[in-house]
Design a protein around this ligand. Structure first.
Ligand code: 4NP
Length: 160
């Protein structure tokens, strides 16, 4: 089992969109039983809230329902409960690294780097417009597709 936690600032825009995209790609690849996905934020402003309506609308436009997700913050146990903490951008990664407890085992990486999509940040769309959310979707869904393809290649074949 590979356990992936996607982290952004508010957990209402980028990381729930990435969670939705990745869940959809993982399911389509038949990898539900080998990859676990969750998301959270470094900030606590939106804890318990559903994703931003613009994020919900954007994901729905791509056939993915993220309306049932609820925001939560990054907690100490995440550093052991997950294999990789996939950060939306460099500033998130800095915060995640700075909060790592003793005994942390999770790898901390940028989402787009880890997906093999080249370095870079998923830009924060919160103060922007719908086009910004589409940009985010394209980035996170490309990353999700790449991650699912890699997980499928890495999966041991089932003996006949
Ligand atoms: P996210 O976007 O990190 O992609 O969820 C944001 C959501 C809310 C805030 C900032 C970024 N905020 O400052 O409330």
């Amino acid at each position: 089992m590979t356990r992936l936690l996607i982290v952004c600032l508010g957990n209402i825009c980028r990381s729930p969109m990435a969670e939705g995209a990745l869940r959809a790609r993982i399911r389509a690849a038949g990898l539900d039983d080998v990859v676990e996905v969750d998301s959270c934020g470094t900030g606590d402003w939106h804890v318990g809230n559903p994703p931003d309506p613009r994020a919900v609308r954007c994901a729905a436009g791509h056939g993915v329902d993220i309306s049932g997700l609820r925001a939560r913050t990054l907690v100490t146990s995440d550093y052991q409960a997950f294999d990789v903490l996939l950060c939306a951008d460099a500033s998130t990664a800095r915060i995640v690294r700075s909060r790592a407890p003793d005994g942390a085992t999770a790898e901390i990486a940028l989402l787009l780097d880890w997906a093999g999509q080249g370095g870079g940040n998923v830009p924060d769309p919160y103060t922007g417009d719908a086009a910004g959310f589409e940009t985010v979707w394209t980035l996170v869904d490309d990353a999700a597709r790449a991650i699912a393809a890699r997980q499928r290649r890495g999966r041991p074949s089932v003996p006949a």
